[in-house]
Design a protein around this ligand. Structure first.
Ligand SMILES: Cc1ncc(COP(=O)(O)OP(=O)(O)O)c(N)n1
Ligand SMILES: Cc1ncsc1CCOP(=O)(O)O
Ligand SMILES: [Mg+2]
Length: 211
């Protein structure tokens, strides 16, 4: 629990988001550009298909020593020997994940309401996904956008590693880091880019500039 979280650029990937480019290829290019942790987020696959994709992606990630996080699905996370899992308010709570998967090395939890910060779910989590910083077409069932002011407020309340998600890109990366994020999580600005390596490299460069 509460492991170190040294990651700065977090790719959240799905086959749909890759616009016809092979998922493993996009992941590899993104790693070459500077992504250092990857979440596989497949909202519509059966567990069987999700697991196959996770195992296949693991072959790429092992090569680069990049950790795999599985979105929502504890069974897939365990069976693919993932590094960890990310859950939100509609998923199994972090305390239940800890009981069901004691070997989990990285547990991420989405923050949509300030009152979550003083909960036992936050306490047992390794990082917090601040969700969303800005509205995004990639996820429409969000509560409200935190904005930079909301991120600054959360930074003042908790020492947990903060992962900013929601419309993160090369243009806002510097400001979001300066507002208190430890890491940026990105879907479309990398998965949907014509050159995912270049896109990841630009975002990573602006993150490093803010450190
Ligand atoms: C890094 C990161 N932060 C937040 C989320 C959102 O998780 P959740 O609220 O459970 O929503 P879904 O992704 O399951 O639709 C995330 N996935 N990753
Ligand atoms: C999974 C998720 N959780 C909060 S916003 C979001 C989607 C982020 O996608 P994008 O980087 O394309 O805005
Ligand atoms: Mg979820």
């Amino acid at each position: 629990m509460n492991n170190v979280f040294p990651y700065r650029l977090y790719l959240v990937i799905s086959e749909d988001a890759c616009n016809g480019q092979p998922l493993n290829k996009v992941a590899e290019m993104a790693i070459l550009g500077g992504v250092d942790i990857i979440q596989l987020r497949e909202k519509f696959d059966t567990s069987e298909v999700f697991l196959k994709k996770a195992m296949s992606l693991q072959e790429v990630l092992y090569k680069y020593n990049v950790p795999l996080i599985i979105n929502d699905n504890l069974d897939v996370a365990r069976r693919s020997k993932a590094y960890g899992i990310h859950v939100g308010n509609s998923d199994l709570p972090p305390t239940v994940i800890r009981e069901g998967w004691p070997e989990c090395q990285c547990l991420g939890y989405s923050i949509e309401y300030l009152k979550q910060l003083i909960s036992k779910e936050t306490l047992v989590s390794d990082y917090l996904g601040i969700s969303p910083i800005f509205d995004t077409l990639t996820k429409r069932d969000t509560v409200t956008q935190w904005g930079l002011a909301g991120l600054r407020q959360i930074r003042g309340i908790t020492d947990k590693p903060l992962v900013a998600i929601g419309n993160m890109n090369a243009q806002n990366a510097y400001d979001v880091m300066k507002a208190g994020a430890d890491c940026l999580a990105v879907v479309s600005a990398i998965c949907g880019a014509a050159d995912p390596e270049k896109a990841a490299g630009e975002i990573r460069g602006n993150i490093e500039r803010a450190l």
